[in-house]
Design a protein around this ligand. Sequence first.
Ligand SMILES: [Zn+2]
Length: 348
Amino acid sequence: MDPDALPLSRAGIDRAAHLRPGGDHLRAALADPATRVLLVSDGAVVTSTGPRVALLEPAQAAHLAGMAGTAGADGTAGTDGTERMDDADDGGWLLLGRGEAGEAYLARRVAQRRPAPPVGVPSDVLVHPVPAGPDPTPERRALPDGLTWTPLRDMGAELSADDAGLATTAVALDGWHARHPRCPRCGARTRVAQSGWTRVCVADASEHYPRTDPAVIMAVVDADDRILLGHAAQWAEGRWSTLAGFVEPGESLEHAVRREVAEEAGVVVGAVSYRGSQPWPFPASLMIGFRATAETTDARADGVELTEVRWFTRGELADAVRAGDVIPPGRASIARALVEEWFGGPLS
Ligand SMILES: [Zn+2]
């Protein structure tokens, strides 16, 4: 597997982290017509046909986002002079980096209009690359002809490297802000700093950084060169994919691979080799891909995360995909790449 060829994993623009502190560069970029802005909301970005990420001038982005003016995304002040500390009122601009000519690339967060989940509902559950459902935020502000909200998950395989890098970073940062409006130490509000890359507690000044949760994902292959795939309860009928799971505190990646395969399928894994990684910001995962060698073959689903597991030969998988009995992982996912690496070519 070529890690740089994985969708969403390719290098994007220069992140230019040294330009983040203070927000001066961001404020200057907002006044520069060479700056390009993408609109992001809840896992989706605004695209034009192609698909291409729509890269807008700051004024147009602000207009489309429904803003009255521009505000410092470092949380210090908006143009009306008021302090902006609420997540919904921080200006919503994120500095993603800069291009080869020095032009800035920003993201503008667009508010979600659906209600926040009730307290107690876990917001960070996602392990497997599940297929996309319907657009979760149909009430987002209407767009001019030619522009549309597109879930990143739906188009990740088609985007150019630069577009994918911008969109993946914007979706990941936007999701982090949306889920972390309050200080995990004391519960007070946090304000945005570092041009969108930090949140600071207004009560105790503690700093909080975007989270990325490591998850292992593995092509488990047995001595007969069969691959182990599973079907999860919440997936569409016929959808099969590689096993995956979050890394637990105190675990190495290799241990997490062995534990997850044992828990979900009852199979003992021996050798584990790294194959590549993929940012998967739905909402905050980094998928770390492995090939794992099975030492046992008696596979049974745990009945909790997975309802079915089974071994496939190449011929069996090809026939099942052709017949429509198996829907393989989405083209943007590292799961697809792991399966196709084992398979020896494209599945369909
Ligand atoms: Zn605090």
